[in-house]
Design a protein around this ligand. Structure first.
Ligand code: LLP
Length: 422
């Protein structure tokens, strides 16, 4: 079977970390995160002067991972008040944070105005609320609008966002977005400084990004005609990886494909807005391995199951998106049996991997689930009253525990039993 190592984390290290910290355990390779960040940043900064990478926190919100990226020079893309506060806690400066969400409450908006982050407005209604909130605070909110460019990115339907029917953004089509900019430009407490589009996630085809970029520049030209100049154009995130371990679209190829559109766009505009990108998955996915221990091996007349000590509460992607993750048994080679890796959540759908040829598995073995650095820990839950996994960040010879394993008490945290029932 074709196999390409995701990270340089060797089996000896993985098995000692599982022994020391227990399972399930997320392990991240900090060196790989830095390499991926540098690859993305240099692909664009090698071609253009004013480039900013705003790491999409949602991929992995763990404070140490965010802090590592901040240290490397990243800004932050956040999608909730919680992520906004997390970004601040990880030390990102407010001016390097862009806050996107299709549904922000007044208190979310007030928090964003007070913090001084860039607010990526998603609707005319939100603009109106924001105008009032900023005026009430005698502050100026710096905003962009998320626009819907109507691009179909051909990815999993649950993570395609730029489709015409999607809930996200203001449509360029029909003049909705233009009308919002016109209105915002007249508002006293609003400063319009950018435009953003994010068409979806796990995109492998550069053509989708090119289409979206072209529409963004066309739109920026429309804005210029009504007297609006932009500080930045934000192309969103979405660069995919290969979960099969094959070659996938690289930032260098993406930058090469986008270069003519951007150069042409600059020429047409007659000025050069900064270029912002919001990658999440590409930066952290391949750096992460989920370690889970075999509780038992079960043979049935139809299938062989390896029952492990994690489930979709620990790694949601297979159940939610039918996602494929490579798996291997730490310290064992070869392939002799076909197994399903069965999670410990009491639902039929909780299969972490299907029909995999693996060495003969035994109780106590450690299974490594690869490419789980993105949308792994950040999507965990305590369903079935399971406690949350621990996390370790490896940098060279150093391995730091960055999140302690959850405990039973966490499950009761902030709950109350009415007196008559206790
Ligand atoms: N910017 C915005 C506004 C986004 O909504 C997203 C992802 C990103 C950036 C980062 O996209 P990325 O570079 O990571 O593709 N839970 C799903 C992925 C959901 C992505 C949602 N938005 C998964 O596990 O595949």
């Amino acid at each position: 079977m074709y196999y390409m190592a995701s990270t340089e984390l060797g089996d000896r290290l993985l098995s000692s970390l599982a022994g020391e910290y227990g399972t399930p355990l997320y392990v991240y390779d900090g060196k790989m995160i830095a390499e991926r960040y540098d690859a993305f940043y240099s692909a664009f900064s090698g071609r253009f002067a004013n480039v900013r990478i705003c790491y999409a926190l949602k991929a992995n919100t763990s404070l140490a991972v965010c802090s590592l990226l901040r240290d490397l020079g990243a800004g932050a893309d956040v999608v909730s008040a919680g992520e906004l506060k997390t970004a601040l806690a990880a030390g990102f400066s407010p001016e390097d944070i862009i806050y996107t969400s299709n549904s922000k409450s007044d208190s979310d908006l007030a928090l964003a105005v007070d913090a001084g982050v860039i607010i990526n407005v998603d609707s005319a209604g939100e603009l109106e609320s924001l105008g009032k909130i900023a005026a009430g605070r005698k502050k100026t909110a710096r905003i962009s609008f998320r626009v819907n460019p109507g691009v179909n990115p051909k990815t999993h339907p649950k993570i395609a966002t730029g489709l015409a029917e999607s809930k996200f953004g203001l449509h360029i089509e029909g003049g909705l977005a233009l009308a919002a900019y016109r209105k915002a430009a007249r508002m006293k407490h609003i400063a319009v400084i950018g435009v953003q589009a994010h068409i979806g996630s796990q995109i492998q085809d550069a053509g989708n990004f090119v289409d979206s970029a072209r529409r963004l520049f066309d739109f920026a030209l429309e804005l210029k005609k009504i007297g609006i100049a932009l500080d930045f154009i934000d192309f969103g995130g979405g660069l995919g990886i290969s979960y099969q371990g094959a070659k996938s679209l690289q930032p260098e190829e993406l930058a090469k494909a986008l270069e003519p559109v951007i150069r042409d766009g600059f020429k047409r505009l007659g000025y050069r807005p900064a270029l912002v990108f919001e990658p999440g998955r590409y930066i952290v996915a391949e750096s992460g391995i989920l370690l889970t221990r075999v509780n038992s091996v079960k043979k049935t007349p139809y299938k062989n199951f390896i029952n492990v000590d994690s489930g979709f509460n620990t790694l949601m992607r297979p159940a939610m998106y039918d996602a494929y993750h490579r798996v291997r048994i730490v310290g064992r080679k070869g392939s002799s049996e076909t197994y399903d890796i069965a999670g410990n959540v009491c639902e039929t759908g909780d299969i972490l991997a299907r029909d995999r040829m693996l060495p003969k598995a035994r109780k106590g073995d450690i299974i490594a689930i690869l490419d789980t650095g993105a949308y792994g820990m950040s999507m965990t839950s305590s369903y079935n009253s399971q406690t949350l996994p621990a996390e370790v960040l490896v940098r060279g010879k150093r391995a730091d525990l960055i999140r302690q394993r959850g405990e039973q008490d966490d499950l009761y945290w902030r709950q109350k039993i009415p007196e008559d029932l206790s």
